[in-house]
Write a protein that binds this ligand. Structure first.
Ligand SMILES: Cc1ncc(COP(=O)(O)O)c(C=O)c1O
Length: 478
């Protein structure tokens, strides 16, 4: 049975009360039970009940009033609409209109900007020191062997832990099903090159991760953009109808905590999609890079969990959870595994030995699960705080995603706003933010931005949001 992420008791209680508040059983201004009442209602100690209340206070859901108790706070963000899905005609695109600023997000200069752009966790939330210690201990233990090549398929140690973890994803993969890659980027590139030829068409979500748009263009592939709903993901009715007219060689999705929209595709949609495409022999390439970062409850199932004939190629990495710079990723390529190995032998050959072993050990000894419990909670709070800060600092007329995992927000601005100009003006003011067209396979999403919530809401980040809000206001008034 899948666990609800083994959250501490106070977090579970806080989640329970949050659900009650969100379902409107308590309204803004209502008094919630006292800490003492809550502790006896749930059979927990007073300190545990108090910790649950403090957690809800940090999430901005309740507030303490002196000598009176705890009350539900009015949160403006709850009244915001979800971003609408940008309309897309049934057509393919070869990226002549896409916005080519991808390198800007990872340039050295970007590191000096207020980090609302690149999808990165704050360095204080990554276990860098622990991983470095693990890596140096492994280096000392292995001696000369620590500098030799990792096997083509990748370290058996990491593949074994991944196989064990795959039960939590709803799969039952074997160590031999995995191939270790240099990040999710290499995994996705191997998957696309194994399943497609230059000139072929690939079904993608619209909007989608900018790196995928870039990769398709560089591989000389065409995209067929399918609109997404901001809560449930790819529009499957639209896809089913379109499949009567268009042919595709593969379909790439980020079904769990999508970048940039943040949706979690429900299990029934995941099953329907996999069955629909398997019936037409179209392979599914799944990017699961945010899958471990649910804000509450159980870890979502992968599309791969619904795969019955090896037609789903599962790709992921530890870039969003542990160490983007270690470049440790993986692919479970199903029927395409031997092709993936041939392509890898002709490109990167093998991955960096020590980072792979350090990640394997961190996973094996339970460090990863302990760490995930902390960051899931942190990202949930950061996303909530950022939503509230955006509502406060931006003009009326915006819509904001409600991600159930990960650390990204997708923000629809009033139609008059040009997010490319906005991101350029923000950059001159020392702030990085990702403009919508970066995520559009055909240059759309002009009035959208993606906001990174991977960092704690420091006064510097609040300042950055305030400046962005002012820039948006100016554009509307022009
Ligand atoms: C959806 C998605 N896939 C892949 C990547 C790149 O992953 P990696 O750094 O492991 O290559 C990112 C990074 O932002 C991403 O958001």
């Amino acid at each position: 049975m899948r666990t609800a992420g083994k959250e501490p008791k106070y977090v579970r209680l806080a989640n329970l009360l949050e659900d009650i508040i969100r379902n409107c059983s308590f309204r803004p201004g209502d008094r919630v039970p006292s800490v003492r009442q809550f502790s006896s209602q749930h059979g927990v100690s007073i300190p545990t009940a108090l910790q649950a209340y403090v957690t809800l206070e940090t999430r901005g859901l309740i507030e303490a009033r002196p000598r009176s108790g705890y009350y539900v706070r009015a949160r403006q963000a709850d009244f915001l609409p979800d971003p609408s899905s940008a309309a897309v005609g049934l057509r393919t695109t070869n990226f002549t209109q896409t916005y080519p600023i991808q390198s800007v997000l990872l340039s050295e200069e970007s590191a000096k900007l207020i980090p609302l752009g690149a999808a990165l966790p704050g360095p204080d939330l990554l276990p860098g020191i622990k991983l470095a210690r693990t890596m140096s201990a492994i280096g000392r233990r292995l001696g000369a062997a620590s500098v030799s090549y990792d096997p083509l398929q990748g370290s058996g140690k990491l593949r074994e832990v991944l196989a064990r973890r795959s039960l939590e994803w709803g799969c039952a993969l074997k160590a031999s099903d995995f191939t270790i890659t240099s990040g999710a980027t290499e995994a996705m590139s191997l998957a696309l090159r194994s399943t497609c030829q230059p000139g072929d068409t690939v079904i993608v979500e619209s909007p989608t991760y900018w790196g995928l748009v870039h990769m398709l263009r560089e591989l000389r592939l065409k995209a067929w953009p399918v609109p997404v709903d901001s809560v449930t993901g790819m529009d499957l009715d639209y896809l089913e109808k379109g499949l009567r007219r268009l042919r595709a060689s593969a379909c790439v999705l980020i079904p769990s905590f999508h970048n940039p929209v943040g949706f979690l595709m429900p299990d029934e949609n995941k099953r329907r999609l996999v069955e629909m495409l398997a019936g037409r022999t179209i392979p599914v390439i799944e990017d699961d890079i945010y899958g471990d970062l649910q804000h509450k409850g159980a870890r979502p199932r992968c599309l791969k969990a619904f795969d019955t004939d090896g037609s789903v190629l599962l790709c992921s990495s530890f870039s969003k959870t542990l160490a983007p710079g270690y470049r440790v990723g993986y692919i479970a390529a199903g029927r395409w595994q031997s092709k993936v190995h041939r392509l890898k032998a002709g490109s990167t050959l093998s991955c960096a030995t020590l980072p792979v072993l350090a990640v394997a050990e961190f996973l094996k000894t339970g460090g990863y699960d302990r760490y995930l419990r902390t960051v899931r909670q942190a990202y949930r709070e950061q996303v909530e705080q950022m939503r509230e800060a955006i509502v406060e600092m931006f003009p009326a007329g915006i819509a904001l995603s409600r991600p159930q995992g990960g650390f990204l927000l997708w923000c629809q601005l009033p139609a008059k706003v040009d997010s490319i100009k906005l991101s350029e003006q923000a950059r001159s003011a020392g702030i990085s933010v990702a403009p919508g067209p970066l995520f559009s396979p055909y240059g759309g999403c002009r009035n959208y931005i993606r906001v990174n919530c991977g960092h704690r809401l420091t006064p510097q980040i609040e300042r950055g949001l305030a400046v962005l809000g002012k820039l948006v206001r100016k554009m509307i008034l022009k």
